[in-house]
Write a protein that binds this ligand. Sequence first.
Ligand code: GLN
Length: 445
Amino acid sequence: ELTSAVLIEANKVLKSNAINKLSDQHAIKLANKLDQDSNKNSLLYGIPYFAKDNFATENIETTSSSNILKGYVPPFNATSISKLEDQGAVLIGKAALDELGMGGVGLYSCNGIITNPADYKRIVGGSSSGSAYLVAKGIVPFATGSDTGDSIRKPASFNNIVGFKPSYGAISRYGLLPYSPSLDTVGFFTRNVTDMAIVCDATFGYDNKDATSHDNESKEMFKNIGKLNTSIKFGYIKKVIDDLSENLKSAYYNLFETLKAKGYEVKEVSFKQELLDSLSAIYKMISFSESVSTNANLDGIKFGKRAAGADYVEIITNSRSEGFGDEVKQRFLVGALNLNKENQIIYLNKAKQVRRLIVEELNKVFIETDILIIPPTDKIAPLIEDLKTNSNSETEYLNDILTLANFNGSPSITIPFLKEGKLGIGININTKPKQDLLCLQAAKV
Ligand code: GLN
């Protein structure tokens, strides 16, 4: 009954472009099988969800919202999808994204633009645009996402929902179509922090199909979510908070007072401004370079829709020219230029060195404090019309501040914070890598 009801609701929002594909038959088959099942103990038993369309799903088309992958039907499930299915969760369909995960807006899916469910003139954010839309709209209680720079945590902020990027490797990336493998992280959207603990309990763990996955010390997160120790320290970077609008700034300082009143220590931590200012450049250098390398198999020969051509080179050129959108092409061009031998030495290796400096700076932060509070966005979801015009170079570093947690692999969660009508602005909480339980406990508080 629940599965059918959700399918009816999902059908009503097909025009939003948030859904790439409904997997009706699969969902109903699964639900019927669950009805026969005697083990109904799992908290995810029968719970419907959407998967971002860059998760491989067995016998269900998986396109990463790219024309080049139209018609690709994987013969296997991503490990995270198998684990959710083992727990009885029911996949309803595939959610649209900015093509191949490249974007933060919701305007780059090959199937058309997705707008904010609370205000169609504003962006929903991305790249996990459809997942954020479907959870914010209340179609499903959770959806999978992937986060390379901020693709879960920023849209969560724009849509008043919870978005969690766990530690790098906490959830297997096997079956996640890549954007930038050294940064890509599997995570989720939910409507509250407790639900997040449930989906993480179901999916965390080492997977021998992903050598970068690990067995996290965070276990039984649902059971322990309410147990934050009062000796935990909260920290913030003063300049970052002080650069926010007056309204938002005072909301942060009020929160710090509330935390202090609850007995927690709240302290300023230092972070070199030049490293904050470098985030955008370093993120682009590393992610664009990795993206062109890791997506080289989408050539119309090994994978992807094949275009006509007289020879090998022409087939590849035509397949890629027809198959990719402009944003992806631009990133591949810059990435390919970085990978040129000389440029690797002049630029890419330098970018990796700066990434190391950022990680070391974060290591110092997490000696001073257990929790680092960051503003995931400095305003509500922007108007689509204003996207190109609204840049203020002095505070531009705030746009990419969430990438900090991708550089060092920290768990990082965005939760609703300040309401502005139907819209809102989230707050983001980080801990050192592998302390995912602590991150969720702090979010719960
Ligand atoms: N918005 C960032 C970008 O455009 C992050 C994308 C992501 O995390 N997948 O690259």
